[in-house]
Design a protein around this ligand. Sequence first.
Ligand code: MG
Ligand code: ZN
Length: 476
Amino acid sequence: MKKFIPTLLTSLLIMSCTQLQATQESPENTMADNMPKNIIMVVGDGMGPAFTSAYRYYNDDPNTPEIEQTVFDRNFTGTSSTYPDPESGYVTDSAASATALSTGIKTYNNAIGLDINREPIETVLEYAKKQGKKTGVVVTVQINHATPASYLAHNVHRYNYNAIADSYIDDGIKADLYLGGGLEYFIREDRNLVEEFIASGFHYIDKYSEIASIPKDKPVLGLFDKTNLPWALDDTNKHRLSMMTKAAIKQLENKNGYFMLVEGSQIDYGGHARDIAAAMAEMDDLAKTLEYLESYVAQNPDTLVVITADHSTGGLTIGKKTERTDPNINSKYLWRPEFIRAMTMSPQAMAIKFTDNELSLENMNKLMTFDITEADIINMKQAKLIDQGIIKQFNSLSSADKKGKRAPRPYQSVLNVITKIIDVKTNTGWGSISPSGTHTGIDVPVFAFGKGSENFNGFQDNTDIAKKIFTLLGKK
Ligand code: MG
Ligand code: ZN
């Protein structure tokens, strides 16, 4: 199928011809035909290979003999290294890795769209916009968080949240669509960026129910929470990423095509929290999004979808050798996701409920998908006392001493007990040595489908992914 391609783009394409593999019959149209019209970059934050393996078994239908293939399995193309610039060692954070994915250069951890000399580097989103494409970001954290910011902004530190939000207006509006969280940074005492977006012609929404009625052909800003959205497990729509992505595509489709970043942002939070139940629900939201994108690409074969992770988080492992209780029976290797498949509330929400109301064993068991023990409840009560002590100590600090310190969460120790109960029940392990869950330096999987997906085969570096996308956008 021949498509109209602007002349400038065609000449750029001919120059970058050698980097693409020809699959067409007629050689003179090879490059134009290899250009995807639309590119959707999907990042599973923290989604190392243990997460996609775990999701396969979590997603398995135990009533069928086979282990059902997942959307990740059938679209796997290769792997990617994730290391940052040597200035930051071998283990990346989301900012350096997203900057690698968005610009094709290695940088230091915390950098947003800057190289190690703190100079701004053009991102694939910015380049796509210059080519006349529409652009958008859909995430489940604040839209000025490290991953989306690395496509949209240039800042020395990812935690300069207000400055990054300001730059979304002050450096020129770079996207036609923003869906995610972040109200706290966009409506502030010193500045109301939402009003500024509206003044620039944007349609603004702050409820999921308003997504259905976004006017066509209007740029849109949707901020659905103060910072990140609730856990998928606790959200009113457990598949909010797929819902937002569907709406975004409708909004962005146009004759010149679009570039969109979609992020399953909170898989990483699940890894940091060592919370397998929350992490798997986030994976499920991302998987449903990818299943939708598969059907979209089947209808729109001129679209490319590339999926990867920025790093892995938490050192997740699945399985344990069971105790050998009988000398005549061998121990088994088991991972048991059946205990979390039916979960409808996050361990965090359970911990908050327990801390507020001190639930009985019976009432805790109603929230869980399996029966916990009286000993578990005793541990939770002790953890609650520890939390009360931590809060009391924090509150007794002078305001000068409190400055710069994050207030402890009044349910953190209870939450740690609950996630540990689930780990023991499911035989889930968190191998990282950091007690708070760290990023790990292992390679991450790469998945791709649609037009040009063959470019993402085999081993690659995260910077290669940006370089390939630049080429597919026609950059020399
Ligand atoms: Mg099965
Ligand atoms: Zn992280």
